[in-house]
Design a protein around this ligand. Structure first.
Ligand code: NAD
Length: 358
């Protein structure tokens, strides 16, 4: 494996490895960037075919966290941990205890949280070994379900897009088509309904779509028709890669703004949307509400502060859209540029602070 080649490709950073023979723990902690503060990011516990695959997953995801945290204005860098799930029988509690010790050894440089394959109970075990963990039980100062905060941020992002693209300062009668009404999509529909928006929804689980219809008056659209709904906004809230060669030509909406991660199948699809005059709210900018809420846990959880900070997603999306319009640059690139500007500014101020006085 070309270890440093991988690190170069993802612009690293540092990576920590731990093998604990007794528990079978094989852990990778990737700290992509800590210029803005300690790296924050979830812990995955999944089977991987190779160590290289696990490493690349950690590197890629931690880099994404740097961008999301920076754009949300959090004093955190991006990190991620990947624990390779043993193939043989293992003691889950012993394994997460060993992971907790590893996180503690890093002295707060990396703060962990739940992610794919881990849950509240695992984080409670980690908490017995280190204080550098979020996503613990509400009874222990945890921040609870992130989905309502993610949905709140997405609603604010949609408001910013509607203002800039449609010239409207309210969502009254704005038609939003939501793909996926699971945790975030459902809360988003509630937010939008309360703001007077008209809803169309599609979900592979008919019960979820029916709940949105029954409670919020949403129209149900067949799964393969949601992207061609005649509407103002498409909100992808299901899986990644929703915006691709097949879906983009069918879009009738002027705005794409939803919660799903990695919405662009490839970066060039961000260029396609831009070329078609469709305003795309970059996923990691609009869906940061859940991360904002988790980050609040590090400071001592306060739901009102989380909410206030999440509301600021309006300003971020507005700025991205405004800069895109003024410069003719696709929004996904503007978002990346804004992060890189922030990180460069911290580097400059650190260099200044470290320089001897003239
Ligand atoms: P979820 O699993 O609760 O909801 C996803 C929903 O999409 C489910 O109801 C599922 O049935 C539906 N679905 C799956 N495939 C579909 C398809 N092809 N067409 C229509 N519906 C489909 O997940 P979630 O927590 O609501 O997250 C949704 C997305 O938002 C994910 O991409 C997730 O990574 C992202 N996200 C979530 C959060 C959060 O706070 N939960 C934060 C940031 C980003």
């Amino acid at each position: 494996m070309d270890l440093f080649g991988h690190l170069r490709a993802y612009d690293y950073g540092e990576v920590h490895f731990k093998y604990d023979k007794a528990s079978g723990l094989k852990a990778i902690v990737a700290v992509h960037d800590s210029r803005l503060g300690p790296a924050l990011g979830g812990c995955r516990f999944l089977p991987y075919d190779t160590d290289e695959e696990a490493l690349v997953d950690a590197l890629r995801l931690a880099r994404g966290m740097t961008y999301k945290a920076a754009l949300a204005g959090l004093a955190h860098g991006g990190g991620k941990s990947v624990l390779i799930r043993p193939q043989q029988h293992f003691d889950r509690v012993a394994l997460f205890r060993a992971f907790g010790r590893f996180v503690d050894d890093l002295g707060g440089h990396y703060i962990t949280a739940e992610d794919s394959g881990t849950g509240l109970e695992d984080m409670e075990v980690v908490r017995t070994m280190t204080k550098h963990v979020t996503g613990v039980d509400v009874a222990h100062g945890g921040s609870g379900d992130p989905s309502p905060f993610t949905a709140l941020g997405v609603r604010r992002g949609i408001e910013a897009c509607v203002k800039i693209q449609l010239g409207k300062s309210s969502l009254e009668n704005v038609h939003v088509a939501v793909q996926g009404v699971g945790h975030v999509g459902y809360h988003l529909c509630r937010e939008l309904h309360a703001a007077g928006a008209k809803l169309s929804v599609a979900d592979v689980d008919p019960l979820k779509a029916e709940r949105a219809q029954r409670e919020l008056g949403a129209s149900i659209v067949p799964l393969d028709k949601i992207f061609e709904t005649e509407c103002d906004v498409i909100a992808p809230c299901a899986l990644g890669s929703a915006l691709n060669d097949a879906t983009i030509p069918r879009l009738r909406a002027k705005i794409v703004a939803g919660a799903a991660n990695n919405q662009l199948a490839e970066p060039r699809h961000g260029d396609d949307l831009h070329a078609r005059g469709i305003l795309y709210a970059p996923d990691y900018a609009i869906n940061a509400g859940g991360l904002v809420n988790v980050a609040q846990e590090v400071l001592g959880y306060d739901a009102k502060k989380s909410r206030d900070k999440t509301l600021e997603i309006f300003d971020t999306i507005y700025e991205i859209a405004d800069r895109s319009r003024k410069t003719g640059t696709p929004t996904y690139r503007i978002a990346d540029m804004m992060v890189e500007e922030k990180l460069a500014a911290v580097s400059r101020s650190k260099v200044r602070a470290a320089s001897p006085a003239h």
